[in-house]
Design a protein around this ligand. Structure first.
Ligand SMILES: O=C(O)c1ccccc1NCC(=O)[C@H](O)[C@H](O)COP(=O)(O)O
Length: 227
C-alpha cells in the first residue's frame, strides 16, 4: 500500500456531562470533537434544556453537541431537540432502534458493559439505524458517569459502526486504552472533573494531550477503503 493512502490516526474525543459555559470554552479551545449534555433523570450532571441552550450556542463550528438520555419519554427528548438543537442523540437505557430513530436525528446507542447481563451481541441488527455505539462501564439499568472502567476484552470485535470507549478513562490511562482497544473515539466525564459536572481545565488539557500522544504512537490509519 502506498503512503498516499495512509494518514495519521486521529481518535475522536467527546467530553461528557458539561454544565458550565467556561468548560465548553476550554473544550472548544482544546479541539475536542463533541461535548455531551446529560438529560437522564437520575444523573448527578443532569441539566435542563434551558440551561444548555446558551452552552450549545457557545460551541465553535464543527464541535458536535450530544444530548444524552436514559429511558426519558419522547416528549422530553423532543423538548430537548427543540430547545438545544443537538447534533446527535445518545441513548443509555432500554430504548429500541425504533424509538431512537424516531426523532429524525443521528443517534449513538450506549451499550452497558458492566454487570452480568451485558449484551453486546448483534448490535447491527438490534440497532440498524445507529450511527455508532458507545461501550460504557455501567450495568444495564444503572446510570453512567461512574468513573469505573470495564473489561475491554469484552468489546465485540465485529462492531458494525464506529464506536467510542467510555467508563473510567482519565489522563493517565487513556493512552493505554487507545493502544489496547484501537477505538474510534473516547468519551470521558469523571476523569476530567473536580466535582460532578464541573470540569477541570488542567485535566481536560492533559487528557487531550494523552490522546494525541497515543495517536502518534499507534500510528496511521489506512484510508484506501474509505476513498
Ligand atoms: O454521566 C452521567 O451522570 C450519566 C447518567 C446517566 C446515563 C449516562 C450518563 N453518562 C454517560 C457518560 O457520559 C459516560 O458514562 C461517561 O462518559 C463515562 O463516564 P466516566 O466513567 O465518568 O468517564
Amino acid at each position: 500500500m502506498s503512503d498516499v493512502n495512509r494518514l495519521p490516526r486521529r481518535t475522536r474525543i467527546k467530553f461528557c456531562g458539561l454544565t458550565r459555559i467556561e468548560d465548553v470554552a476550554v473544550a472548544c479551545a482544546l479541539g475536542v470533537d463533541a461535548v455531551g449534555f446529560v438529560f437522564a433523570e437520575r444523573s448527578k450532571r443532569r441539566v435542563s434544556p434551558a440551561q444548555v441552550a446558551p452552552l450549545r450556542e457557545a460551541l465553535d463550528p464543527f464541535v458536535a453537541s450530544v444530548a444524552l438520555f436514559m429511558d426519558n419519554d419522547a416528549a422530553t427528548v423532543r423538548e430537548v431537540i427543540d430547545t438545544v438543537r443537538p447534533t446527535i442523540l445518545q441513548f443509555h437505557g432500554d430504548e429500541d432502534d425504533a424509538f431512537c430513530a424516531s426523532f429524525g436525528l443521528p443517534y449513538l446507542k450506549a451499550v452497558a458493559m458492566g454487570g452480568e447481563g451485558a449484551r453486546a451481541d448483534d448490535l447491527g441488527a438490534r440497532y440498524a439505524r445507529a450511527t455508532g455505539f458507545l461501550f460504557d462501564s455501567h450495568a444495564a439499568g444503572q446510570v453512567g458517569g461512574s468513573g469505573h472502567a470495564f473489561d475491554w476484552t469484552r468489546i465485540p470485535r465485529d462492531c458494525p459502526r464506529p464506536w467510542l470507549l467510555a467508563g473510567g478513562l482519565h489522563p493517565d490511562n487513556v493512552f493505554e486504552a487507545i493502544r489496547a482497544t484501537y477505538c474510534w473515539g473516547v468519551d470521558v466525564s469523571s476523569g476530567i472533573e473536580s466535582a460532578p459536572g464541573e470540569k477541570d481545565a488542567a485535566k481536560m488539557h492533559r487528557f487531550v494531550e494523552a490522546v494525541r500522544r497515543a495517536d502518534a504512537a499507534v500510528g496511521t490509519i489506512a484510508t484506501h477503503d474509505a476513498l
